[in-house]
Write a protein that binds this ligand. Sequence first.
Ligand code: GAR
Length: 201
Amino acid sequence: MPRIVVLVSGNGTNLQYLIDKVKSHELNVNISAVISDRECFALKRAEKEGIQSFCLNRKGKDFSKNLLSLLNKYADYIVCAGFLSIIDPPIIQKFKFRIINLHPALLPAFGGKGMFGNKVHRAVLDYGCKITGCTVHFVTDDIDGGPIILQYAIPVLDNDDEQSLAQRLSLFEHNILFESVKLLCENRLKVEGKKVNILHA
Ligand code: GAR
């Protein structure tokens, strides 16, 4: 069974969704470890489920080295589910097209360094967008710029704020992340340049 490591920094609702899909046998992977870059509730979720969890100090000088050695030990594939640290190029090279990231907007809009969580929703609202959405993409050295795997769009409503957008988007985020992990672990994603072709089962 493919071993996936989930990288987290926050609440961990996406991690929980993946855990639940594994438990219901809709996702045939082994979540072999959860790694965070700070203290966060996602770690508690992992501990509660009996999944190996590690909290690394993102400000420490050995952060990337420690991350790489854990990934070497535990990962076939890596899923960034609300992970807020930038992954170093040597790790990306080592796990080329085996690392995916969930982003709370329709990339290539509203991505890049410093664009995460509610900051993304604020920027979408300030721009006056009529639609927004979520994206799962491969992680490359280009922050939030890797080949797109799945996206889902939702309307921005007149009375939306950051919280309402985040809340309405969350179920769609869970779903595209779950579907992407499934496709990745079933080896059904073929990257050609910027395009990801999805192979039929
Ligand atoms: C999700 O909304 C995800 O799109 C976002 O963090 C949240 C994590 O939620 N990721 C980013 O902003 C990455 N740039 P969770 O901790 O409840 O899974």
